[in-house]
Design a protein around this ligand. Sequence first.
Ligand SMILES: [Zn+2]
Length: 342
Amino acid sequence: MTLSIRAALAWLGPGRLVQDAQVVCDGGVITYAGPATPISDADETLDVGGFLMPAVADRHVHIELSDPAAVLRGGVTAVRDLAWPPERIFPLADASELPSYRGPLIRAAGPMLTGHGGYPTGDAWAPPGTGRELTGADDATGVVRDLAGRGATAIKVSLNIEAGPTPTDAELAAICDEANRHDLPVTAHAQGAGQVERALGAGIDELAHTPWTRLSDEVIQTAAARMRIVSTLDILSFGRDTPQIRTAIDNLRRFHTAGGKVIYGTDLGNGPVPPGIHTREVLLLRDAGLEPEEILDAMVRAPMDLDAPADLIALARSPLDDLAAFDDLRLVVRAGGVVLAR
Ligand SMILES: [Zn+2]
């Protein structure tokens, strides 16, 4: 099944803007992306007129707290679930690989590794098993090995000292060692005094949220060299002006200026985050100083290279001129199949 899409403008990846563009998908992957070319044997041809780009990946969600079909129709074709009971999320992640699945491709961390009685074991949003209470360094090693064997694509750690006990330093070291052995990134929910510093000291790869208490310039510099940050800005304010959102934007702006890698994530499932592309999160990335093209780069699942997944979206106009264009979604394609066309 060959699908050919023409667009007035296409963004294939950083620095690769093509006018009068054509993208061809076959077998779930991109087989051509570039200037319009006469290809006669496509089974289906679409002309979207507007702006074509790779589809979006949301790298911080809790997918069972949302509607997977609405997430996909909203232009998000891949998600990373960062805390859910393993016996529920890993089978769902497997199921999401089938073309018949009505939702995004799901990658998952499984449970959040935490201290005895620590976050999120007592939280209403988290079903039993969302937090895994560690009982020592050997236990931590075994849990990470088990999660790697079940297909985890990241390891999530709770460093929320405000909500309860966190893993010990020995457990953290064991987690990072074992995750390294399996090439898995470790991502942390860091909340409370000194927790970002602890994450840095342990060699954690990523913060699952932009911190909303002020980080010193020194911590920001070190973090920018060693870590990436998943944005999740809008959950700090949901469109209002709060001290938390101001501090988080200031942290993220300094992190970005220092060369730190920012990626798009919404914490979907936490409060009134809409399924699909969340334009307010996009606009907050701009407030943190990212250029439009850097924002697109932070959002997409993968650039439109040959053999990349044929996951695409089209907008009525270019988000490089106006980021609010993400509210005007015209086409969603996942694995070469049209999910939405209007
Ligand atoms: Zn979360």
